[in-house]
Write a protein of this length. Structure first.
Length: 758
């Protein structure tokens, strides 16, 4: 809960910013990496670049270091990446450019982001081209190629292999020669790609392995198998490309929610303008059945909106005039007019996409381990294949050709494609699925910690409760009337937006009381607030920090607190005039949400700055433990103590919750929370509903299971084919088919996370 300020919140007055729904903050800094210079380009790759040699990318620390050195960010759009290895090949090439301080490829959104201390656009484009990727100029776009053109090499090789097989039935010698020509036709582009990647600093790629294996098979006379290996390789590349695009479908579907243009009303005229031209205050028109391009405030009287794409809410929601609607929502039944409230690039969709992009800078420990492992895996397999080719013939009088054949087969088994993509494919799918369900998770590291949670601590006000307390009673300690007590209290609270303060002021205004002006308002952290009103010292304090209360007054306060109410005492020049009792209501879904967490084996605990009796009343309704009368520092100490026992998450929405969120294993912010809480959190509930917690944790656990399954599939198949190859049971073509099949299998397994569950 918020520690009461005027009512004992403990927050500085300057920090009493109004709670704002996630993605509706007009002036807030976006929750992610800010890209200032954007240079769109399109890449046309020759194939997969499962690089196991390049250094790990997507490092948040590198980004921060670049920012400290004053680097300028540049970004390009990249297409054609089949797996995360392709991304690392590009990163390796770009990091060698002079002036580049950091380079990251965001695989989920197909974006290359470069930090540099000078203009490096041309140099970066040349480096990427040298690595085997074609980039378009900023002013040019590459037209989409028909499917047959993208697969023309695969089609050509398949037809040549078919022709070679048929010809071999009638003229074996000519059929064998055609197999050689087929191999050469398929080998040239692959060898060119391998050479380009070697020059760019990525020697251990699938292109290198395929070049060595196919050339070796050609040399030892296995012409038909060499040709078949290249056909299966091209087929595997197309399957990986399709699987990669499906893995990114969760992100691209979010991008599709944002229209490219909007209808702006100017002096009675309707003008179609790009989104970048819209500014806060503009008036736009959205037809029935169309999506909102930006966040807007409804100007029409009433309208229904389908917000399922962002919130997961299946039923249309009716909005009244003046309410804010998020970008991506669909006007269901009528044409509506809205006032733009978000700046370009800061709408709901933009911020979600930025969060997902930022998420790739926080990789899960298992992902970092797989990346490190894959960097040494391929060189070791290449060394093993060389030993298999050489050692038996030299030391055990084995025949050269069979052992060379086995060594070439091992080369193909050394491709780390399936292993490299096993983790990021699952994490990308998990993050996209969470966004669909109304939860934003900041990266694979947060997703992995989320899956390990065993306890969850909750703030009270605004988290377990609605954060909209109502004034229930005014206690009089003397002759001062209720109206005067309320007016003086409202004067001290005037201008504050804390829920308790807002409740006091709104009641005074509703009763048409004259609220006097206050000067020298000062917050006493964790105790209350003081101000000068008409020359008198006015204080609103928590009962525990109010001096001079009589036993009778303490008894009155205790009775109200036992009923679950929060009280603040009004003091005038050191004399207690009375107390205001306020009550907050539990969220409708709080009880059900905590029961769902309990079914997942997660214990719940409430940490609040409220008094013990009021906290106990709330805790009884929720059937959970609690700790009360906590200052922000006390919450941090409690979180650190509990985190040492088992993984723990802190769920909150206030500025004073941010330190506790940082101290916890994982911080989770309510969507209506303050910007500071959202920044500090590792995850956020966009629907502002506690009922999203259990599905989010269940999804994280499913993601962890699928990651383990994928790693088992990738390494298990490698181990099986390693043994069968040494036993002479596996040939070249079967090794390639197994590698491509494993890659497709782990990707398909990861895509299961994108399926909607009831």
């Amino acid at each position: 809960m918020h520690q009461h300020h005027a009512c004992g919140c403990g927050k500085p007055r300057a920090s009493h910013a109004a709670a704002k729904p996630l993605c509706q903050v007009r002036q807030a800094r976006p929750l992610s990496l800010s890209i200032h210079a954007a240079t769109p380009v399109t890449a046309d790759t020759a194939g997969c670049c499962c690089d196991s040699n390049s250094s790990p990318g997507n490092d948040a620390d590198a980004t921060e270091e670049s920012d400290r050195r004053g680097s300028r960010p540049f970004s390009w759009q990249v297409s054609g990446m089949d797996c995360p290895g392709c991304a690392r090949t590009i990163e390796t090439a770009v990091r060698q450019v002079k002036g580049v301080t950091d380079a990251r490829v965001l695989f989920s959104s197909e974006k290359l982001v470069v930090n540099a201390d000078q203009d490096v656009q041309n140099a970066v484009e040349q480096a990427v081209k040298k690595a085997g990727f074609q980039l378009a100029t900023p002013s040019a776009t590459l037209p989409a190629s028909p499917g047959w053109q993208q697969n023309r090499l695969l089609i050509l090789l398949a037809l040549l292999v078919l022709a070679s097989s048929i010809l071999s039935q009638f003229a074996p010698a000519w059929g064998d020669r055609l197999f050689v020509l087929t191999t050469l036709a398929g080998l040239v582009p692959v060898a060119r790609g391998a050479w380009q990647r070697i020059r760019s600093g990525s020697p251990f790629t699938i292109e290198t392995l395929m070049t060595l294996a196919s050339a070796g098979a050609l040399i030892i006379g296995a012409h038909a198998e060499a040709a078949m290996v290249l056909v299966l390789f091209q087929l595997g590349e197309q399957l990986e490309s399709y699987a990669a695009s499906r893995a990114r479908s969760g992100v691209t579907s979010l991008m599709a929610l944002r229209p490219e243009s909007a209808i702006r009303l100017e002096q009675g005229k309707r003008l179609e303008v790009p989104l970048a031209a819209l500014q806060p205050g503009d008036v736009i028109e959205v037809a029935a059945g169309s999506r909102l391009p930006v966040d807007g405030r409804l100007m029409s009287t009433l309208a229904s909106f389908d917000e399922s794409a962002l919130t997961g809410e299946s039923l249309p929601v009716t909005r009244a005039s003046g309410e804010k609607i998020l970008a991506g929502a669909t006007s269901v039944d009528r044409l509506v007019m809205l006032e733009v409230v978000s700046k370009p690039g800061e709408s709901a969709i933009d911020r979600i996409l930025q969060l997902i992009e930022e998420a790739e800078t926080h990789r899960a420990p298992v992902e970092r381990f797989i990346d490190q492992f894959s960097r040494i895996y391929t060189p070791l397999v290449m060394l093993l294949s060389l030993l298999v080719m050489v050692v038996p013939p030299l030391f055990f009088a084995g025949d050269w050709q069979p052992w060379i054949y086995k060594g070439l087969t091992l080369l193909l088994i050394g491709c780390p494609c399936a292993l490299v993509i096993s983790t990021p494919a699952a994490i990308t799918s998990g993050l996209a699925a969470a966004a669909r369900q109304g939860a934003l998770i900041k990266g694979g590291a947060a997703l992995e910690r989320l899956s390990s949670l065993r306890r969850m601590a909750f703030d009270k006000t605004g988290t377990l409760t609605l954060g909209k307390p109502q004034l229930t009673q005014i206690l009089r300690f003397g002759k001062t009337g209720e109206s005067e007590i309320l007016a003086l209290s409202a004067a001290a609270e005037q201008g504050a937006t804390h829920p308790l303060a807002s409740a006091i002021v709104s009641v005074a205004q509703a009763r048409d009381l004259v609220i006097p002006d206050a000067q020298d308002q000062q917050v006493q952290a964790g105790r209350g607030i003081s101000a000068q009103v008409s020359g008198q010292q006015i204080q609103l304090l928590t009962p525990g920090h109010t001096p001079g209360l009589t036993p009778q007054q303490n008894a009155q306060i205790a009775q109200q607190e036992a009923e679950g109410e929060t009280l603040v005492v009004l003091m005038r020049d050191g004399e207690a005039l009375g107390a205001l009792a306020l009550r907050d209501q539990l969220r409708d879904d709080a009880v059900a949400a905590l029961k769902a967490l309990k079914k997942l084996g997660i214990e719940s605990l409430m940490l609040t700055g409220d008094n013990p009796r009021a906290a106990a009343a709330i805790a009884r309704q929720l059937d959970i433990d609690y700790r009360a009368s906590l200052l922000p520092a006390d919450k941090v100490a409690a979180i650190r103590e509990l985190s040492q026992q088992q993984p723990l998450a802190m769920v909150g929405d206030g500025i004073n919750d941010a330190p506790a969120m940082k101290a916890a294993t994982l911080g989770i912010a309510m969507g209506s929370g303050t910007d500071v809480a959202l920044e500090a959190a590792d995850a956020a509930l966009t629907r502002n509903q506690l009922s999203n917690l259990a599905p989010m944790i269940a999804l994280a656990r499913r993601t962890r299971r699928i990651i383990r399954q994928n790693i088992g599939i990738a390494l298990g198949l490698k181990a099986i084919f390693l043994v069968t190859t040494l036993m002479g049971l596996t040939g070249l073509w079967l090794a390639v088919l197994a590698d491509s099949g494993a890659t497709a299998l782990v990707t398909a397994n990861a895509l299961r996370l994108l399926r909607r569950r009831a």
